[in-house]
Design a protein around this ligand. Structure first.
Ligand code: NAI
Length: 476
């Protein structure tokens, strides 16, 4: 088996944590039981690009139990938990000397070159074939296949311009090398793919853009906008892991501090609530009047970053947009202000601009924590080099909330793989009855007793006793 992880000897520790996580992931375990006999993913070759954590290991092993042949990478250079990667490679029945699990190409602290190399490896089966399904988080695997196929179709050699961003140059290098060694590889891969299931807000944006531009090559299920994903993982997951990231990185007392959260979407709402729970005075920045009004009515001050930048102690960017915290903002911050991003990509904070400021110095405190010292001697602390701090500086969301997200992922993979004809080229969300099913699978574990509608009540509100209970336009 081909794979590349940091240290296989970490597998035993990883396996112990996987066992603990399985108990906290009732949705995934219920799906395993439901499909134990039928193996609906038999014949599926799934390439996954999603943070290689303990929770993801439980997802991967669920896909394998359902019959899939899986290869995996992390979707971020800092988010891999090395013991989870090792345990996934060794597998439940293998040993360090005889690994029997899944080929994983991921370790904590990859370079960007290594990151894109890993992505290509996971997209390339040893028999020369590619995947027939992608499970993506942020859309990098989908992007590589699409760009590769685009260059092949145009008969053009992927070449970057000198002023292209560093990462784009690396992506084009990766594509150029692969097209030189296996011409037609990406076209064949794209043709073989039945579809992609996408985990996050940012990846979903990319898919809708491609569909709008007519460049989408295979159908997609938007897992993010299952209610049991974005209204849980993005909100309650970040409510947990934003504090974890801050604590492990800096251990600074949050109570009494002024914390700015940029963006009051699902992620921002979770972050703001958590910071307020720690006793911080939380300030929100927003561009959307609806979210700004929500934040105000939730009791937060809402203002612009320019107004608050010199008074705040902690900054968390949660917008999915770019250039939110600029180098000029950082230069205007208080001494040792903490600057972090919890959105998917690192461009929410202008790290390139910061590094170019005259007289700026970088003082590495420990992995994923840097003090950037300005020419006047004051400094800011930047977490995870501007990449998502909850996975870069801590261990991301806990198992229970990821069980909701990943149960949606598995159901979406089964839908696309087994009912391919029902999903012509386009971007879809799962039907509401499946969303409700995912929620239902998580109630017992929390001791929730659900009220059952009477037939008369169901008729009165115009739903079926068994659900779905809400119309598609209901917003939760
Ligand atoms: P969302 O779309 O619900 O919220 C983003 C908010 O930012 C919106 O309300 C938007 O109006 C606001 N915004 C956009 N530009 C802004 C600007 N210039 N200034 C202030 N506010 C601005 O998206 P969601 O689901 O909250 O996701 C945000 C990001 O977090 C995405 O990149 C997503 O992929 C990522 N994400 C990260 C997770 C993690 O564990 N780190 C988990 C889930 C999502």
């Amino acid at each position: 088996m081909d794979f590349k992880v940091a240290d296989l000897s970490l597998a035993a520790f990883g396996r112990k944590e996987i066992h603990l996580a399985e108990h906290e992931m009732p949705g995934l375990m219920a799906v395993r039981r439901e499909y134990a006999g039928s193996k609906p993913l038999r014949g599926a070759r799934i390439m996954g690009s999603l943070h290689m954590t303990i929770q993801t290991a439980v997802l991967i092993e669920t896909l394998v139990e359902l019959g899939a042949d899986v290869r995996w990478v992390s979707c971020n250079i800092f988010s891999t938990q090395d013991h989870a990667a090792a345990a996934t490679v060794v597998g439940p029945d293998g040993t360090v000397d005889d690994p029997k699990g899944v080929p994983v190409f991921a370790w904590k602290g990859e370079t960007l070159e290594e990151y894109w190399w890993c992505t290509e490896q996971a997209l390339s089966w040893p028999d020369g074939a590619g995947p027939n399904m992608i499970l993506d988080d942020g859309g990098d695997a989908t992007l590589l296949v699409h760009k590769g196929a685009e260059y092949e179709k145009a008969g053009a050699v992927p070449t970057a311009d000198a002023d292209d961003p560093e990462e784009w140059k690396i992506i084009l290098d990766t594509l150029r090398r692969s097209i030189e060694t296996s011409p037609g590889k990406w076209t064949a891969t794209a043709e073989a793919i039945k579809g992609v299931t996408e985990e996050t807000t940012t990846g979903v944006h990319r898919l809708y853009e491609m569909h709008k531009n007519g460049t989408l090559l295979f159908p997609a299920i938007n897992v993010n906008d299952s209610v049991t994903k974005s209204k849980f993982d993005n909100k309650y997951g970040c409510r947990h892991s934003v504090i974890d990231g801050l604590n492990r990185a800096t251990d600074v007392l949050i109570g009494g501090k002024v914390a700015v959260v940029c963006g009051y979407g699902d992620v921002g709402k979770g972050c703001a609530e958590a910071l307020r729970g720690q006793g911080a005075r939380v300030v929100i920045t927003e561009i959307d009047p609806i979210c700004a009004l929500q934040a105000a009515m939730d009791g937060y001050q809402v203002t612009t970053l320019e107004e608050i930048v010199g008074q705040a102690d902690i900054f968390v960017s949660a917008t999915g947009n770019f250039n939110i915290i600029t180098a000029e903002h950082m230069a205007a911050m208080k001494h040792q202000a903490i600057v972090s991003n919890i959105g998917h990509f690192d461009n929410e904070i202008d790290m390139a601009g910061l590094a170019k400021l005259p007289g700026i110095k970088r003082n590495n405190i420990k992995p994923q924590v840097d003090e950037w010292i300005f020419a006047d001697g004051h400094s800011v602390l930047v977490l995870a080099e501007g990449r998502l701090m909850n996975l870069g500086c801590a261990t991301g969301h806990p198992s229970f909330v990821m069980s909701n997200s990943f149960t949606n992922q598995v159901i979406a993979q089964i839908e696309l793989f087994t009912k391919t004809d029902a999903y012509p080229l386009g971007v879809y969300t799962l039907p509401k009855h499946l969303d409700e099913k995912v929620a239902r699978l998580h109630l017992d574990a929390l001791g929730v007793k659900l009220t059952t509608l009477t037939k008369a009540q169901a008729e009165y509100i115009g739903v079926d006793v068994e659900g779905p209970y809400k119309s598609d336009h209901y917003r939760y």
